[in-house]
Ligand binder design. Structure first.
Ligand code: GLU
Length: 552
């Protein structure tokens, strides 16, 4: 086709597209950002529920944009109407709100590069397609599904590359007359790329995470616009990321194989190339087979984001975990810097795992425990209460009724270099602190107390009768030891071990008896602190309860 014929063809196919590329370029000008600022985007398709991999990618978008003073935006990629699910979009925005991975701009967040939803950008895509047709980089293809299927079959048998290219691209060089005839016959068409590539040549791409990669040039006439006039992912990606001035496309590495096509699209469209960062998938060692596999909706409960809310994993702790997956040096940095938060860490693509990152529940739990250990008693109260309001209303009520004491219990062993690491999740708090609330203590701890050990309750009574709750920790240690000695117990386990026949036991046995009576368990946070919050009266009541319990 001559230049003029291509212009005629473009006008014939897109008579309603009157805006020019230049007008769109003007509507979406360069961003006014400082040197080095990254513009990233989370670009989900509303095709199902949001999973951990999606969160990871949005999290990366957020942190890289934030630390460089750039912008992170949300773009809904809903070009595939067949795969769209009811409520999918609301679900995505809801998750970004719930998990505090909030974009600076985007669909439902507003911004200057709107619309941030592809189904409202058709005219823009068609404008650029029209231009590509004029330039000879795109053409209408009328091949039927059957024709394409039989080509595929042949290619599979011959083990050659799948797709419409070279000899298979039957409509590549149709004349204007032939196109007109087909259209007047009512034949449907898609718009294909007229790929200028040569697969014998190589291109080199430097991915921010994966480094240097080489590919054969793209030479397939990929579909750019579908029969219904909507774009394919590839074409929409090029147009949107260009017009929205993305600097870094951070996405899952299932898109690596599309890079040669994307780079070619940017070239023929005359767009400035952008940087790519392909994130490796989150993997797991399969319990049954022992093989490493991608995490899956069907097999792994932690795959869906609901899991984190329902189990009471604090959002900030989940962020810490996402940060550990994002940068291999994050965890060590965080554990060694107790006065710092995620915002103080400098993320870098160099420190991003190239292969898959394995999901590690123990690591997640450890980060959660560290998170809680760095929170004040008041913060633990506030957050747990907030979580319980949604997931355990009975507990929320108890927390409310016992607020003051609960804050004190949550504050025990918080000081010092090694604050207590007892809880990992809000859902652990009820059980972990059940000794703190009488109702739960009776209902939950006593029903579980299966101690077959007997304790000298007379001794415990005598201790409690003389208990002075105004003493310091040192005084208390000293006092228990004195008490032990006066009652025929060794002041420490060592003495007892040397000469067991001379003692009834050692000081540890007395403490254990007290602990079991007061908290219903053999291990607890600092007992004196617990007793101080309970007060003498409750401590006495616990002894009576214990007696009732063993006499049952
Ligand atoms: N809509 C694509 C997806 O959900 C986005 C890929 C990308 O970030 O470019 O997989």
């Amino acid at each position: 086709m001559s230049d003029n014929e291509r212009v005629e063809l473009a006008e014939m196919l897109f008579p309603n597209i009157t805006k020019t590329r230049e007008e769109y370029e003007k509507m979406y000008p360069e961003r006014n950002l400082k040197e080095g600022a990254m513009v990233t985007r989370y670009a989900p398709s509303p095709t199902g529920s949001v999973h951990l991999g999606n969160l990871l990618s949005a999290f990366c978008d957020m942190v890289y944009a934030r630390q460089s003073g750039g912008s992170y935006y949300l773009r809904i990629e809903d070009t595939d109407q067949k795969r769209k699910v009811e409520g999918g979009i609301e679900n995505i925005t809801g998750v970004l709100h719930d998990f505090l991975i909030l974009p600076n701009e985007g669909y439902s967040f507003g911004g200057e590069y709107a619309p941030y939803i592809q189904s409202e950008r058709n005219e823009i895509y068609q404008c650029y397609i029209k231009d590509l047709i004029k330039q000879g980089y795109a053409y209408p293809c009328f091949m039927s599904e059957e024709e394409i299927a039989s080509i595929r079959e042949e290619q599979e048998i011959n083990k050659t590359k799948i797709g419409i290219y070279g000899v298979y691209a039957a409509d590549r060089d149709l004349s204007l007359e032939e196109v007109k005839e087909k259209i007047s016959n009512g034949e449907e068409y898609v718009i294909r790329l007229k790929s200028p590539g040569d697969a014998k040549k190589e291109i080199e791409v430097i991915d921010c995470i994966k480094g240097k990669m080489k590919f054969p040039e793209h030479d397939v006439d990929t579909i750019l616009l579908k029969k219904d006039g909507t774009p394919t992912y590839h074409f929409a990606h090029a147009i949107d990321d260009h017009l929205m001035h993305t600097t870094h496309v951070i996405r899952g590495d299932e898109w690596v194989s599309s890079l040669p096509l994307h780079i070619q699209l940017f070239e023929i469209l005359g767009f400035k190339p952008m940087k790519y960062a392909h994130i490796a998938p989150i993997t797991i060692k399969d319990k049954e087979t022992g093989n490493i596999r991608k995490i899956s909706k069907r097999k792994d409960p932690f795959f869906g984001v609901k899991y984190y809310d329902e189990n009471g994993i604090p959002i900030e702790a989940l962020h810490l975990y996402l940060a550990t997956i994002t940068n291999t040096n994050f965890e060590e940095w965080y554990l060694n810097n107790s006065d710092k938060t995620i915002n103080d860490f400098e993320f870098s693509f160099d420190k991003q795992a190239v292969g898959g990152t394995s999901f590690d529940e123990a690591k997640l739990m450890n980060l959660c425990k560290t998170y809680f250990s760095r929170k004040s008693g008041e913060e633990v109260y506030k957050e747990t209460y907030h979580w319980a309001l949604k997931h355990d209303t009975e507990y929320a009520k108890l927390l409310e009724e016992n607020k003051e004491d609960m804050i004190k219990f949550f504050s025990i062993e918080k000081d010092g270099d090694r604050p207590r690491k007892d809880i990992a999740k809000y859902s652990d708090v009820r059980e972990e602190f059940s000794y703190a609330i009488d109702e739960l203590f009776i209902k939950e701890d006593y029903s579980k107390l299966e101690s077959d050990k007997t304790y000298d309750l007379e001794l415990v009574k005598e201790y409690i009768d003389n208990l002075d709750l105004n003493q310091s920790n040192e005084e208390w240690f000293h006092g228990v030891k004195e008490f032990a000695i006066t009652h025929g117990y060794a002041a420490n386990p060592k003495d007892y071990k040397k000469d067991p026949a001379s003692y009834k036991g050692h000081v540890g046995d007395i403490c254990e008896a007290l602990r079991v009576v007061i908290t219903g368990r053999t291990k607890s946070p600092d007992l004196l602190s617990i007793m101080k919050v309970l007060g003498k009266q409750k401590v006495e009541m616990r002894l009576n309860l214990y007696k009732e319990h063993i006499n049952k």
